[in-house]
Design a protein around this ligand. Structure first.
Ligand SMILES: C[S@@+](CC[C@H](N)C(=O)[O-])C[C@H]1O[C@@H](n2cnc3c(N)ncnc32)[C@H](O)[C@@H]1O
Length: 249
C-alpha cells in the first residue's frame, strides 16, 4: 500500500509531483544523509512522495502553523489503531443517518464540538478527518476568531475511515519530526545536506478574498517579503530550497 495524503487539502500538490521532481537539484540522488524539510506541509503530497522515492533522505522535518493538522500527523504516526477504531465508529454512525437534514444536523454538532478546542488528540483528529470528508469540497477555512466555518457538503457515504492509508502513512512517518508553528523555526533543524520544499499559501487575490484562509492571519504581501528574506537566510547558510513551479521567486 502506497502512503499518500490522509486529508484533502486546498492547494494539495498531488497533481504537480512530476513537475516538482524536475526542480530537484540535478545531483540530488548523489547527496548522502539528506535532511528534508517541509515548512508548510499541509496535506504533505510531496513529503509522502519524497520519502518513498529518495532513500538517501535520512531525516525529515515537517511543520505547519495549524495545530489541529499537526496533531493529526502525530496521531497517525503514534496511534494509528486507536484512530482507525474511532473513525470506524463515527463513519458507521454517519452512514446510519436517515436523510440529508439529519446528516447536516449531525455535521453541525460535530463542527461545534471541534470548535470547543478542548478535545483530546484522538477525538480532535477524529473530528478533523470527519469534517474534512463531510464538509463542502474538503475545504479548511477559519473565521477571524480562528473557528472552522466550512458549510456541510451533502455527501451520503464519504470515505471517512481509510485504514490502509492510515497504516501506510503511520509507518512512513515513524522517523519524521513534526513541528507546529511559524515556518521560520525550521531553519535551526537543518544540518548537512538539506533540502527545503516551500509551498506557502497563495497571495490573497484581494483584501476580502478568503479562499486561502488556512489561518486567521492572511498571507499578505508583508508575509511574502518575510518569506523571501527567510529564503535568503537558507541560501546563505548553504542549504538548497525549491518552490512550486507557479511560485518561483
Ligand atoms: C498551500 S498549503 C500547503 C499544501 C501542501 N503542499 C499540500 O500538498 O497539501 C500552505 C500551508 O501553509 C500553512 N501556513 C500558513 N501560514 C504559515 C506559517 N506562517 N508558517 C507555517 N505554515 C503556515 C497553512 O496552514 C497550509 O497548510
Amino acid at each position: 500500500m502506497k502512503a499518500k495524503p490522509f486529508v484533502k487539502w486546498v492547494g494539495g500538490k498531488t497533481q504537480l509531483i512530476d513537475q516538482l521532481e524536475a526542480l530537484l537539484p540535478a545531483d540530488f540522488d548523489q547527496w548522502e544523509n539528506v535532511t528534508y524539510i517541509e515548512p508548510f506541509v499541509g496535506g504533505g503530497a510531496m513529503l509522502f512522495h519524497m520519502l518513498q522515492t529518495h532513500s538517501n533522505i535520512k531525516s525529515a522535518i515537517i511543520n505547519d502553523i495549524n495545530p489541529d493538522l499537526t496533531t493529526c500527523y502525530r496521531v497517525v504516526r503514534d496511534n494509528p489503531s486507536d484512530l482507525v477504531d474511532s473513525l470506524q465508529k463515527i463513519q458507521e454512525e454517519y452512514y446510519s443517518l436517515e436523510n440529508e437534514e439529519i446528516r447536516k444536523d449531525f455535521y453541525l454538532r460535530k463542527r461545534e464540538e471541534f470548535n470547543t478546542k478542548t478535545l483530546d488528540s484522538i477525538r480532535n483528529t477524529t473530528l478533523f478527518f470527519f469534517l474534512n470528508r463531510t464538509c463542502f469540497n474538503g475545504l479548511y477555512r477559519v473565521n477571524k476568531a480562528g473557528l472552522f466555518n466550512v458549510p456541510f457538503g451533502r455527501y451520503e457515504t464519504p470515505m471517512i475511515c481509510d485504514p490502509n492509508t492510515i497504516y501506510a502513512d503511520s509507518e512512513l512517518l515513524q522517523n519524521v519530526e513534526i513541528l507546529t508553528g511559524d515556518y521560520q523555526q525550521t531553519l535551526e533543524r537543518a544540518k548537512g545536506k538539506t533540502l527545503f520544499y516551500f509551498d506557502p499559501p497563495y497571495r490573497p487575490l484581494n483584501n476580502t478574498s478568503s479562499f486561502n484562509d488556512y489561518t486567521k492571519e492572511a498571507f499578505n504581501d508583508l508575509a511574502q517579503r518575510r518569506l523571501k528574506e527567510f529564503c535568503d537566510k537558507v541560501e546563505a547558510a548553504g542549504y538548497k530550497f525549491i518552490f512550486n513551479p507557479e511560485k518561483q521567486i
